[in-house]
Design a protein around this ligand. Structure first.
Ligand code: ATP
Ligand code: MG
Length: 117
């Protein structure tokens, strides 16, 4: 994975930055599209939160994958996926962006399961 930051230090976690109003939705969409891409490739991060997303000059980088799971074989995959998505929804809710994490997770899960058949 590519380093994000500069010589003075690594990029801050999303949890520790103050987003402007217009940054919130693009960050959210970026994270959701990454989650969907991983799922399509049989990965669920399983420890996703604003602490494991770095943000630097409008670049988003998700880190900390050692606990990622393969949803084809892990019986807790849907609940881990839902938790990941809800953590991000909870984060953007602090900026007034209301998103239903449970519903997003169920929709992605159905799409993934249909693709698997
Ligand atoms: N690609 C990267 N670019 C820049 N900094 C990084 C990168 N990956 C990790 N870091 C730095 O290392 C820190 C910890 O990384 P990570 O979350 O992967 O480990 P961790 O085991 O969860 O540690 P922690 O308990 O501190 O979160 C990050 O908060 C960040 O400062
Ligand atoms: Mg971490």
């Amino acid at each position: 994975m590519e380093y994000l930051g500069n010589r003075r230090g690594s990029a801050p976690a999303l949890q520790n930055v103050e987003l402007s109003r217009e940054e919130v939705r693009p960050v959210f969409e970026h994270l959701m599209s990454n989650i969907e891409l991983w799922l399509a490739n049989n990965y669920v991060h399983a420890d996703l939160s604003a602490y494991n997303v770095l943000y630097w000059q409008r670049q988003v980088r998700i880190i900390d994958f050692p606990q990622a799971i393969d949803p084809r074989f892990n019986p807790n995959a849907l609940s881990l996926l839902t938790r990941d998505i809800e953590n991000i929804c909870h984060y953007v809710a602090c900026y007034g962006l209301e998103r239903n994490g449970q519903r997003i997770a169920e929709k992605l899960w159905r799409k993934f399961k249909n693709a698997e058949l």
